[in-house]
Design a protein around this ligand. Structure first.
Ligand SMILES: [Zn+2]
Length: 259
């Protein structure tokens, strides 16, 4: 299955990294809806439904919901034969797709966002576990931090993915059991090892700490995401991280991963 990294940054978009958004085009599943969502029209099939799963309510994970309608419209406007007479049909179909988008989140996240995005008439759903996904898959969620953030695990026969963000990795984090053995782990990595103290205070992770979680959980591949916009390089720590968990790499916008 293919995963497209629409936004691998955190906090605020930069020239190289939009904020958190990850799309599985083959099944119409999106993990978080940061500013990277604006790239959706390039990847989501035009006849696809869309289920968005939100880890928490912060803007760098949710502001992109604003661009759903325009994304659907863009796909229509790129089709041949668009002219003045076609525009009302395009608006109707784009609105119909917008109103059919299911946004799955915890009660606290729905409470924080529903009024803000009321004008879009999205289909808000409270998270339950497990929930069925297309092609025989299922998604479960779990507490991933001391706060409201949840992580996700997606399983299909023969392949699996876990997504953990906005949390401080460590050898004893409780979610290790939730992500055990997945083929691909996307894990928060917001700053370098030398800033581990600050990362812990702001509920984020370093390369070596994320690698330790990957090793303890027995995953097959680790991709570091949620990069900082402050030029705090994590590349200097890639060697250290790979000594802990060899199959570690840094995710970037536009990267496509098979798992
Ligand atoms: Zn964030």
């Amino acid at each position: 299955m293919r995963l497209v990294m629409l936004g691998t940054g955190g906090f605020i978009p930069t020239e190289t990294a939009q904020t958190a958004c990850y799309l599985l085009p083959e099944v119409g599943v999106m993990l978080d809806a940061g500013t990277g969502l604006y790239r959706t029209s390039r990847y989501l099939p035009e006849d696809s439904e869309l289920d968005v799963f939100l880890s928490h309510a912060h803007g760098d994970h949710t502001e992109g919901l604003t661009w759903l309608f325009a994304s659907f419209m863009l796909q229509e406007l790129r089709m041949p034969g668009v002219d003045e007479t076609a525009i009302s049909g395009i608006l109707d179909r784009s609105n119909a797709r917008l109103h059919s988008v299911r946004v799955h989140a915890t009660q606290s996240t729905v409470d924080a966002l529903r009024a803000k995005f009321e004008a879009f008439h999205l289909d808000w759903r409270l998270l339950t576990s497990p929930e069925a996904l297309p092609q025989g898959g299922r998604i479960t969620h779990f507490s991933a931090s001391q706060g409201d953030e949840v992580g996700f695990r997606l399983d299909w026969p023969g392949h699996s993915l876990a997504y953990v963000t906005d949390t401080t990795a460590g050898p004893d984090v409780k979610y290790i059991e939730n992500i055990r053995g997945v083929d691909l782990l996307l894990h928060d990595c917001n700053g370098p090892d030398r800033m581990a103290g600050l990362m812990a205070r702001i509920s984020h992770s370093t390369p070596s700490a994320a690698a330790l979680v990957a090793a303890r959980a027995g995953v097959k591949r680790l991709v570091l995401i949620h990069h900082n916009p402050m030029n705090w390089s994590i590349e200097e720590d890639l060697g250290s991280a790979r000594r802990i968990f060899a199959n570690t790499e840094i995710g970037t916008d536009g990267m496509e991963l098979e798992f």
